[in-house]
Ligand binder design. Structure first.
Ligand code: ZN
Length: 421
């Protein structure tokens, strides 16, 4: 049996507890309520670990590549640089991605993985993850070949589940999506990330033109193209370029959505209609995407960006309250991944996945509203400890432990930068 306590406990599924304690045993929570443990964190909040609804752990060292460039040259640079990595480099970078996730209070990730390295890294360093192995194929037989080859490299079990990711409607055919959905494993894709997708699929023109992995135009917009396969079993990242009827379709079909506001803003894709999706009853979670398109796995910054953009887009301050944003990154993301019976709130019976955030010296301390304090005052530098399945996987005071991980990942980045651009 283990227990920790803090100035506040934010269970998310219930009211905040001042002077709260969380007890857990064999990886599951057994008690959440008032109390004080020997291990007590003053001026801090214990909350459920964040559930990151969209990431690419193996792009942890890709920060800044092609920033500001149009899509096609941006993608070309990434593919070129990725080609300079050896398999062991990909694993090193994925390990850095896991450390950075834990350091940001993330305990579960939905990770789309090109090489499969993310599965090894997450299993090894103790991040709960569904790893969706990426396929890019017009022909379902190609998708099957890529799947079998990548699947053979990774193992499932413990904290790691394996799924498949047909990359996007402009790189995979409907036949490929049907193959993926027939496997009985979690399936995730990218959908309507930008208007460029529609331009290619409708007219065979626009900035995507010339990318070698494109499927032929379908004569339909991205959401319409995938309409026959949209359902609760297909996690869709982004969903920015939506028309009102798309929002209704996504909600009616119970399609899980991963909202990635920083990535969408930085790549100039736009602002996803988060409020419309939520008001329609869609199952939306929050994702950081990866440093290939955002500066970091900093989920606190993602929370704040979600709030800034939702309030700016809707033109009202109550468009996304802090407590709702916190739900988005915990229980709502867990619902999107269909893991809400196991994670996403602090409650007896759930997995002991939690994080401790210090608010000492922040403008939100002394605390008036603990949810607002964590969302607006939190940062990875304030994460004191992250626990996954009852095991401490990250402590801020043990930063030295990660020196080797960081050094090896830096060397991999240097390899990518060599021969730049
Ligand atoms: Zn992505």
């Amino acid at each position: 049996m283990s227990e920790i306590s803090a100035g506040w406990v934010l269970p998310v599924g219930g009211a905040p507890i001042e002077g709260g304690l969380v007890r857990f045993e064999n990886g599951r929570i057994t008690f959440v309520g008032p109390g004080r443990a020997t291990r007590h964190f003053d001026d801090a909040v214990i909350l459920p670990g964040f559930v990151n609804a969209h990431s690419h752990l193996e792009y942890a060292s890709y920060a800044g590549f092609g920033d500001g460039a149009p899509f096609a040259p941006w993608l070309k640079l990434h593919v070129e640089r990725k080609g300079r990595l050896r398999p062991e480099d990909m694993l090193a970078v994925a390990r850095l991605g896991v450390v950075e996730s834990l350091r940001s209070g993330i305990t579960t990730a939905a990770d789309y993985s090109f090489s499969g390295a993310a599965a090894l890294a997450a299993g090894d360093l103790g991040l709960r993850a569904t790893v969706y192995l990426e396929v890019f194929a017009a022909d379902a037989r190609d998708a099957e070949r890529q799947w079998l080859e990548k699947r053979a490299r990774v193992t499932e079990g413990g904290l790691v589940r394996i799924g498949i990711s047909p990359h996007a409607p402009y790189t995979c055919s409907l036949e490929t999506y049907r193959f993926c959905l027939s496997l009985g494993v979690p399936v995730g894709t990218h959908l309507a990330e930008s208007a460029h997708e529609d331009e290619w699929l409708l007219h065979g023109s626009g900035p995507l033109q010339g990318i070698p992995i494109l499927v032929p135009p379908t004569g339909k917009r991205a959401v319409e193209t995938l309409e026959p396969v949209l359902g609760p079993g297909l996690l869709c990242a982004h969903c920015v370029a939506l028309e009102p009827r798309d929002v209704a379709l996504i909600a009616d079909r119970d399609v899980p959505v991963a909202h990635c506001p920083r990535s969408n803003a930085l790549l100039g894709c736009g602002i996803a209609p988060l409020t419309l999706l939520r008001d329609a009853g869609a199952r939306v979670g929050l994702g950081t995407d990866s440093p290939a398109s955002t500066p970091s796995f900093d989920l606190f910054e993602e929370l704040r960006t979600a709030i800034y953009l939702a309030r700016a887009r809707e033109g009202r301050a109550d468009a996304l309250p802090a407590a709702e944003a916190l739900r988005l990154a915990t229980i709502d993301s867990a619902r999107a991944l269909r893991l809400d019976a196991e994670v996403g709130t602090l409650a007896p019976g759930k997995r002991a996945d939690l994080t401790v955030v210090s608010l000492a010296g922040s403008p939100y301390h002394p605390v008036e509203d603990p949810a607002a304090a964590v969302v607006f005052g939190g940062s990875p530098d304030r994460v004191l400890e992250t626990i996954v399945d009852g095991v401490t996987r990250y402590r801020s005071e043990d930063e030295e432990t990660w020196r080797e991980v960081r050094n090896i990942a830096s060397a991999a980045r240097l390899r990518m930068l060599a021969g730049a651009p």
